[in-house]
Write a protein that binds this ligand. Structure first.
Ligand code: PXG
Length: 289
């Protein structure tokens, strides 16, 4: 069956799913998006992703011409039309078609696009052995320039960081903020474990408030592990007992090395592995829409 893509209320075969070259999403990266997972036919943290999408849209004065419930139904209908039970959903709202020139208010109407596909996670081996990361030179956007809490279609900050890490042969790049503190990775949030406590940078460090990050914080607290949102330096990373990354695509992935320096023994830590197991239990038991 040919994949179908939702655009503004209609489903189009993949080959015919096209948007105008005058869409400000293309011209200026003017729009917002979400990356969502569906496990066993159920959309994981659907409301949380929809809420974040609307917050991102509001932050850039972008109106979404559907209610949250209508948009959730559109996501579910697109999954059903594609007969998908386990999938990656890319939900995009662009500014829409307008004239050349930045002015977003000359655009006709925002466009809603829903792509359902699969996503390539890191290879299984990296979940068992941990990945190599580097600290990149590209600084995470300052929250007064482009607030990282907004999941916008402007991902060049992250892409430049990703180019740096890929060129260095690393799987992920850790980005610092303008104050030199650890912020997050190009497409994942970062956590460390120190003396049996879990530490992660606070939202004020300039990060995307990851849905997976929030789930992991909850799972850790339920397991009785202390979680602290604290500013951390790169030395805190090197001195950590464990380090792991979280994201919709990656789920929870251990970090073995940073800048070629082993994190503790260089093997995935106990707390990381137990959280990964709990996360997998949560997603595999997840089956209500
Ligand atoms: N920080 C950044 C900068 C991200 O882009 C996360 C953290 C983790 O957030 P969630 O809500 O997913 O836990 C992200 C998410 C992709 C892709 O296509 C990227 C993300 C998620 C899914 C797919 O590369 N990034």
């Amino acid at each position: 069956m040919e994949p179908k893509v939702y655009i503004n209320g209609e489903l189009y075969p993949k080959e015919e799913a096209k948007v105008s070259v005058f869409d400000h999403g293309l011209l200026y990266g003017d729009g917002v998006f979400e990356g969502i997972r569906c496990y066993n036919g159920a959309v994981f943290k659907h409301s949380e992703h929809i809420d974040r999408l609307y917050s991102s849209a509001e932050a850039i004065s972008l109106e979404i011409h559907l209610t949250k419930d209508q948009l959730k139904d559109a996501v579910i209908n697109t999954l059903e039309a594609n007969n998908l039970k386990d999938s990656y959903i890319r939900l995009i709202v662009t500014r829409g078609v307008g004239k050349l020139g930045l002015d977003p208010f000359n655009c006709e109407t925002s466009q809603i696009i829903i792509i359902t596909d699969t996503i390539q996670l890191y290879p299984k081996e990296l979940y068992e052995n941990g990945l190599d990361a580097i600290i990149v030179q590209t600084i995470r956007n300052h929250s007064k320039a482009l607030n990282p809490t907004i999941k916008s279609m402007n991902y060049l900050n992250n892409i430049l960081a990703k180019i740096e890490c890929l060129n260095a042969g690393a799987a992920e790049g850790i980005m610092l903020n303008t104050d030199g503190y650890v912020a997050e990775c190009t497409g994942d949030n970062i956590f460390i474990v120190k003396d049996n406590e879990i530490l992660t940078p606070p939202v004020s460090a300039g990060i995307l408030v990851g849905i997976t990050r929030n789930v992991v914080i909850e799972l850790a607290k339920e397991a009785g592990v202390t979680v602290k949102e604290v500013q951390m330096t790169q030395d805190d990373l090197f001195e950590a007992d464990e380090c792991f990354l979280t994201g919709t695509a990656a789920e929870i992935i251990p970090v073995a090395n940073i800048d070629g320096r082993k994190i503790a023994t260089g093997k995935p830590g106990k707390i990381t592995l137990s959280l990964l197991k709990k996360y997998q239990e949560l997603t595999s038991s997840h089956s209500s829409l």
